[in-house]
Each structure stands twice: as structure tokens, then as C-alpha cells.
Design a protein around this ligand. Structure first.
Ligand SMILES: NC(=O)c1ccc[n+]([C@@H]2O[C@H](COP(=O)([O-])OP(=O)(O)OC[C@H]3O[C@@H](n4cnc5c(N)ncnc54)[C@H](O)[C@@H]3O)[C@@H](O)[C@H]2O)c1
Ligand SMILES: [Fe+2]
Length: 389
């Protein structure tokens, strides 16, 4: 039987410096009357004056705004449920607007479907559990990392189970995405580094995924080309609009790639680090990426070579093996140049935790199934051990 693949994405996408100024004018693209919106955002956006500008813009268009900034960073299921109950449901919005990093975008995506699906959030965890379309959404990312603005996923932390878990549904795709690189100029260096490496991880993992296909490949290669060319500049020169713009596009393409093919073992191994030890998502992925790719090398060297060539670190005349090693060396160099932590002890992880972490990671079967090489519990433990140098 021929291999088939299915790709679905957002309806409208606007990219450009200053595009946030078009927000209220573009709400007509939601194809529904909008008079009451909920604006989900983060404290950082108040400090930068972004919230104030957006509220003024919406009010000038006679739209009433209820603003909330009480979604936690990498929110727990309880946090999402509480904010929904206290702050979202009572306001019965026509639409939701989210401006922030992946934490805020994911929260808004969940609120949108919780408003139309009368069931506890716990029942929506997993794949295709959301029955009805949500309220229309506008997503405006302010990190260049998760690509959440174009993915059908939203991630929550389950502290009791010390794990992160995804809601995956086509109903989580927004109607409108605004990509305004000016919003990312203020990203602090460590967040530029970690979120940028997360975006690169999405693309590289999608490119070697067992589900990789022509659609995901196109997005993944372009994403890796853009990110490899701009991540160091964005880190070292935070006001470099061109580099910020390329990072934001690269991150969006990474989201499209992972939508089409899925991430794999790096993300699966990152989940217990986030769920139990609060290592932020981007940092966990960046730490794991070179080690997991070295483990994968013998199962996907030709693909790693193509990725290396897209990143401009290998020549077409290099053997698959040489090119793959060059890519892994480049990733390690980035993690050092971007000051990504290299030792899990700093987060309270020690040898005695590794066995439980390996079991937890192995249970993320949704992502493990995409890895080009299966991992035993002992191999997962060994990968974590690389981060206890
Ligand atoms: N839905 C998906 O497809 C998907 C994919 C990957 C990760 N995720 C999830 O996304 C979350 C991580 O999101 P993230 O990495 O974008 O970070 P984040 O949303 O957690 O934000 C990190 C920090 O950056 C600050 N910040 C954000 N934008 C800023 C700006 N422009 N200027 C200054 N500060 C700013 C925030 O206030 C916060 O303190 C995790 O929960 C992760 O699991 C989702
Ligand atoms: Fe990620």
C-alpha cells in the first residue's frame, strides 16, 4: 500500500515586523461577530507596554476585553482548570487572543475548546479526544520556540504523575496567526537560547521521524536553514530584527514540521525533566539533543547528512557518517555558545533518579514511536547519564 499522509494547518497567517498593529482590523478574518474577547497574556507583555497597546486597539474597535495573566509558565492541569473556571467561562467571550510564549498559546487553545466541550480537561488529554470545534482564536507568539501557534497540540503538566502530557486535536488550530518579530526583541538571552534550540529540535526530530514525509521535510529543512543561520546572531545581538524574524519563521516552520511528522525521543526524554525537576522545555530539549542524535546516528545517517547540509555545516561530498558527526558537533557548539546548562545536577537530578525517569520517558509512546531507533530502558538511562558528567 502506498504511504499516505495528511496535513492540516491554520487558516490565516500574517508575518511581518509591526504586524501586531493590524490585530483589530484582521479580526474580520474570524468570520464571526466579535464584541467580547479574552486576551491571554504574560506579565512580560505588560512590562513592555504590549498589553496596553493591544487593549487600546481593541477598545477603539468597540471590542470589550477581559485580560488575564494568571496562566503559569508551563501550566499544570489544575492551573488551566482554575483559570478557566474563575476567569474564562464567566466572561463568555466570542473569541480568544493569546500573546505570549508557548505556555500562554497552549492555555488559550485549551480554553477555546473547553468553552465548547462540556467535559473536564482531563478527559481531553491524548489524541483526538476533543469532539467539538472551539471558539475562534488569534495566536501571537512572543518566543521563537514552540511553534504552538501552528500546531494542533497543547501541553500541560501533571504534577501528581510528574509528567507533561499533550492534548492533540485539529480543533486546537487557530483561525489567525500574527508573527511579529518586534515582539521577540525583548526576549532575555537564556530564553532566546532555550526556545531557539527547542524550535531546532522540532525540525530535526520531525526530519528523522518515522513519520517524516514530503510535507514535513520541506518545512523541517527550511526551518533548520533559517535557525542555524540566525540563532547565534539573535542571541548575541537581541535587537537584530532580521535574525529575530528568521528565528520566528524558523520556529513556525518547525511547528508545521512537527504537525506533519511529530517529534521523537528528545521530547519524550524531556517530559520527565520538566514534569519532576522543572527544567524548562527548551533547556531540557537543548541539553538532550546532541546525545540523542549521537545515539540515533547509525539508524538515520543519510537524513542527518541532509540536515547538516541544510544547516551549511557539511558538504554534499562528505560521507553520511562524517556529515552526521559534523551536525552533532555543531549542535554541541551551539549549546556551549548559547550557555545552555550542561549538568542536570543543577536541577536536583542525581543517579538515583535515572531509573524512574527512564520509565516515565518510555511511557511517552506517542513520541517514542516516531524515533528512528527504539530505545531500551537501559539506553534511556544512559542518555540521561550523559547529562551527569
Ligand atoms: N503546543 C505545542 O506544539 C508545543 C510545542 C513545544 C512546547 N510547548 C510548550 O510550550 C511551553 C513553553 O513555551 P515557551 O518556551 O515559548 O516559553 P513560555 O511561554 O513558558 O515563556 C517563558 C518565559 O519567557 C517570557 N517571555 C515570553 N515572551 C517574551 C518576550 N517577548 N520578552 C520577554 N519575555 C518573554 C515569559 O514571560 C516566560 O517567563 C511548555 O509548556 C511546552 O511544553 C508546546
Ligand atoms: Fe518542543
Amino acid at each position: 500500500m502506498p504511504v499516505t499522509y495528511h496535513f492540516q494547518t491554520v487558516k490565516h497567517l500574517i508575518h511581518g515586523a509591526g504586524s501586531l498593529d493590524q490585530l483589530s482590523a484582521k479580526l474580520e478574518l474570524l468570520d464571526t461577530p466579535v464584541t467580547r474577547v479574552i486576551l491571554v497574556t504574560q506579565n512580560a507583555m505588560h512590562r513592555l507596554g504590549v498589553t496596553e497597546r493591544v487593549i487600546a486597539q481593541l477598545q477603539a474597535a468597540d471590542i470589550s476585553v477581559h485580560m488575564l495573566d494568571n496562566v503559569e509558565i508551563e501550566p499544570t492541569l489544575e492551573n488551566i482548570e482554575r483559570v478557566f473556571r474563575e476567569d474564562v467561562a464567566p466572561h463568555a467571550p466570542d473569541a480568544l487572543i493569546a500573546i505570549g510564549g508557548g505556555s500562554v498559546l497552549d492555555a488559550a487553545k485549551l480554553f477555546a475548546v473547553m468553552l465548547t466541550n462540556d467535559t473536564p480537561l482531563r478527559n481531553l488529554l491524548g489524541i483526538d479526544k476533543v469532539r467539538f470545534p472551539g471558539k475562534p482564536m488569534v495566536l501571537v507568539p512572543t518566543t521563537s520556540g514552540t511553534g504552538s501557534e501552528v500546531t494542533p497540540n497543547a501541553i500541560v503538566t501533571l504534577p501528581d504523575e510528574e509528567l507533561k502530557i499533550g492534548v492533540v486535536s485539529r480543533h486546537l488550530l487557530p483561525t489567525l496567526v500574527l508573527l511579529d518579530p518586534l515582539l521577540t526583541l525583548s526576549l532575555p538571552k537564556p530564553i532566546t537560547a532555550a526556545t531557539g534550540m527547542d524550535a531546532f529540535t522540532h525540525s530535526l526530530e520531525s526530519f528523522i521521524s518515522t513519520k517524516a514525509n514530503p510535507v514535513s521535510d520541506a518545512f523541517a529543512l527550511e526551518s533548520m536553514r533559517l535557525i542555524s543561520g540566525s540563532i547565534v546572531t539573535a542571541y548575541e545581538q537581541p535587537d537584530h530584527v532580521e535574525a529575530r524574524s528568521e528565528m520566528l519563521l524558523g520556529s513556525m516552520y518547525g511547528g508545521l514540521a512537527l504537525t506533519a511528522a511529530g517529534t521523537a525521543a528528545v521530547h519524550a526524554l524531556a517530559y520527565p525533566l520538566g514534569g519532576k525537576f522543572h527544567v524548562t522545555h527548551g533547556v531540557a530539549n537543548a541539553m538532550l539533543l546532541p546525545h540523542v542524535m549521537a545515539f540515533n546516528l547509525d539508524s538515520c545517517a543519510p537524513r542527518l547528512k541532509r540536515a547538516a547540509c541544510a544547516c551549511g555545516v557539511a558538504e554534499p561530498s562528505d560521507s553520511d557518517d562524517v556529515a552526521a558527526h559534523k551536525l552533532i558537533a555543531q549542535i554541541s557548539q551551539w549549546t556551549q555558545r548559547l550557555n545552555i546548562p550542561q549538568d542536570l545536577r543543577a536541577f536536583g537530578v542525581s543517579e538515583e533518579h535515572l531509573a524512574d525517569m527512564a520509565v516515565a520517558a518510555s511511557k511517552v509512546t506517542r513520541l517514542m514511536a516516531n524515533n528512528p531507533k527504539p530505545l531500551t530502558l537501559a539506553e534511556i538511562e544512559q542518555l540521561y547519564r550523559c547529562l551527569l558528567p
